[in-house]
Design a protein around this ligand. Structure first.
Ligand SMILES: [Zn+2]
Length: 228
């Protein structure tokens, strides 16, 4: 028995009829292990064989998926309006972004570390939904899942200077703190998304979640987005 959740959700997205989403915790182990991945899907009442994995290369390419496939390489976001597909990606400090368009019953899952955030993967994902499904950004509901927070994410000057000063604070010497969640939030807002919800759980500060910065052992948590 455990007294903490095995799967986390963005609370404000939970009442959305038709949307299934969740983030696994280490209660399920690392989702790099196939059995953990299967159990995660089953906990959300999804077919583990329907998982379609975001390749995740720290870029901003987006692909539309109309049928389950094992993996889509060279992309950091997938969009779909097909029930029966479960979008899946793995993380250890990078941020999962969930998008849900209730009008067109379409959804997206993105993966954003600093490179993807700089490349505007969140903006590209919203644009792809507009193009493919006719999504109106003002009707979109966005969820920013767990990731490394702005108090914990130390970066060097070469990374810090790539971001707007509002997302960066300096520590002693030549290190900086980068607030990726704030940068992603602003990026979504600039695309016209008004309903943005954050889980506000820091991977580095939460032992229940894998963090590359805290424990670089290769463990990953998973995010799933599907349409019921
Ligand atoms: Zn933190």
């Amino acid at each position: 028995m455990t007294d903490h959740p095995t799967v986390l959700r963005v609370q404000d997205l939970e009442p959305e009829e038709g949307l299934v989403h969740g983030f696994s915790t280490l209660d399920l182990g690392s989702v790099k292990v196939k059995d953990s991945r299967r159990r995660f899907a089953e906990l959300l009442s999804l077919d583990p064989n329907a998982l379609t994995t975001v390749g995740a290369v720290h870029g901003s390419a987006v692909a539309r998926v109309d049928a389950p496939q094992e993996r889509v390489d060279e992309v950091d976001a997938l969009i779909t309006d097909s029930p029966g597909i479960a979008l899946f990606a793995t993380y250890a400090d990078c941020y999962p972004i969930v998008l849900w368009d209730p009008d067109h019953r379409a959804a997206a899952l993105a993966h954003a570390g600093w490179r993807g955030t700089e490349a505007e993967v969140a903006a590209h994902t919203v644009q792809a939904m507009r193009r493919e499904f006719g999504t109106d950004p003002s009707a979109l509901k966005a969820g920013i899942g767990p990731g490394i927070c702005g108090r914990c994410y130390e970066v060097g000057e070469e990374v810090a200077t790539r971001f707007d000063a509002r997302f960066v604070s300096s520590t002693n010497g030549d290190r900086f703190l980068l607030d990726l969640a704030a940068a992603l939030h602003a990026q979504l807002e600039e695309e016209g998304v008004q309903q943005i919800f954050q889980l506000a759980l820091c991977t580095k500060e939460t032992p229940l979640l894998p963090s590359h910065r805290r424990t670089p052992d290769g463990a990953r948590f998973g995010a799933i987005v599907a349409i019921r």
